[in-house]
Design a protein around this ligand. Sequence first.
Ligand SMILES: [Zn+2]
Length: 425
Amino acid sequence: MRVRAYRFRAYSSKTTAGVLETQLEVACKLYNALLHAEQGKYEENKRTMNKTELRQLALDLRKQNPEFQVLHSQVAQQVADRFYEARQRFFEGLANKPKKKKPHRYLSLVYPQSGWRLSDIREVGLGKNKRKKARLRLSKIGFFTLVIHRDLPLEQVSQVCVKMYPSGRVYVIFTVEEPETQEQALDEPAKAVGVDLGIEKLATLSDGRYLENPRPLERSLDRIRVLQRSLSRKKFLSGNWFKSKRRLAKEYEHVKNLRRDLFFKLGVLLAQEYDLLVLEDLDTEGLIQKGVTRTRRMRLYDSSFSELRAVLEWEFVKRGKLVLPVPAFNTSRECFLCGRINKGLTLEDRVFHCPYCGFTLDRDLNASLVLLRRAGWVPPSVPVELRPIPPLPSLGLRRQGGAVRQEAPAFRLGVAHKLLPTKYT
Ligand SMILES: [Zn+2]
């Protein structure tokens, strides 16, 4: 079984949003009460409680305390499950001991089986504005309107989670268990592409195309600085502190969404054209730690290589296609033509020039070709001819008055060859 999550934006009335916030606070209190009660029982009996006992304890607490009765009974049990999982992770040495949770960081409720109903699925709007909406009723909370932007296999839904993001936006996440689809893997992948990841160009494909790095964090940084400073001047946990915190969270969410959107678009583009994806096996964490300057470390972090890799891999695996990680060692310093190592190449050299055979090519393009060769592939047509590339659908970039330090580069796939009048034979 493969577990997949479908996330939809949810809208509600102010009253319902208020109820949700209260319930989150109550759930947090219940969690802390459980933690306390479990510790007491441990002192008494000298043994830890199992999952069923914890669930029962949650229900008992709910029975004794009228405050907890605003929660749906299964939601209360799921709070116990959450505590159980946290404690198990502690026992396995994977995490610290479960601590008391703070209300402003307890952000989601889960309906494990019942207590929710999706109804009134309808199409609204015309033409470009056409979309599907549905009404979700969560027991004890109220009604939400969901924007169903993708098909949801309603019969296979195993649980529903309602989550309030730090920015105040509410999302509903349906967890679906679907059988592992064994799509017939292609016997012999017909087309392969090598992808080199970098800071200057986010991704360089072995067919000569590249994607510029949008650096979403860097372009939002001025705004984030202002917001962070404003937050730090507010009184902790005061009304204005919460307001400031939401504004800051919104900006971070914008950065995150921009990045993910771009990654998925690139993933779809690649997976539609190619059967085999060759990536370098990067140690991203180590790379960031090795970054010499602060700017470089930030840009590495901003590029989110591991997330990009995960998204690209998922897009290929989903379609029954192959992903091949190859060792990253010396990929940018190896000559594609003769295979010898150019030791003199520094980070600043954007053009690769081989001192042994005189081969000259864009640095990142050379690296992506080396990756492809390490995977045992020879690029089909040499030289790669120039051809028009379908541009990625325009991304919703937010204009920021005066905050953009440099001319914002457009998102486009360019052709690396255009930069270099190089013979590639
Ligand atoms: Zn060479």
